[in-house]
Design a protein around this ligand. Structure first.
Ligand SMILES: [Zn+2]
Length: 174
């Protein structure tokens, strides 16, 4: 479970109060500054997919993203895998074969030696997994008010929030 990140009413208020500006295509937007990645994300770290050596590796899987499957059964896995591969090679795409293939695939997963690390969800870093969940949650919350988060042209750590402009009159009507 992810907890609520934003005070969404406050964000809405700030967006209502923000100046309206136009992009080069005459689309009108309102934007506010939410904060820095370094302050807001769970890891408090800045990294990219290509440069992430500052992240601590997951202690459960040593950063491998997979752990030993306690229910792993090598022989059963290999047999199931062989069966499934054979099935996939036949060109009879009958419903019966499809169902059989699905069933074998499930068993295969159940018996394989390694499974996705539940701590980091296969990412190899718990910090990165928590950050990913945070960004997802942020997106969900902003969706409610038709807004979205994005970076700025300047500081790579900036998190800005934008929406298509809603003009609010002084008496509060739209
Ligand atoms: Zn892990």
């Amino acid at each position: 479970m992810t907890t609520q990140i934003l005070d969404i009413n406050k964000i809405k208020q700030l967006l209502d109060d923000a100046d309206i500006y136009e992009d080069e295509n005459e689309n009108k937007f309102q934007t506010i500054y939410l904060g820095s990645i370094l302050d807001l994300t769970p890891s408090g770290k800045f990294y990219t997919i290509f440069a992430r050596s500052n992240l601590n590796p997951c202690t459960k899987c040593n950063g491998e993203g997979v752990i030993r499957n306690k229910h792993g059964k090598r022989k059963k896995y290999e047999n199931t895998r062989k069966k499934r591969t054979r099935l996939l090679r036949t060109h009879k795409k009958t419903q019966h074969n499809k169902n059989k293939e699905k069933k074998l695939w499930k068993q295969e997963n159940q018996w394989k030696q390694m499974k996705t690390c539940p701590e980091c969800d296969g990412i190899g870093s718990l910090e990165a997994r928590l950050d990913r969940d945070w960004w997802k949650q942020l997106e969900i919350e902003l969706n409610e008010i038709n807004a979205w988060a994005h970076g700025s042209d300047g500081d790579g750590c900036d998190i800005l929030i934008s929406r298509e402009a809603i003009e609010v009159d002084d008496d509060g009507t739209k």
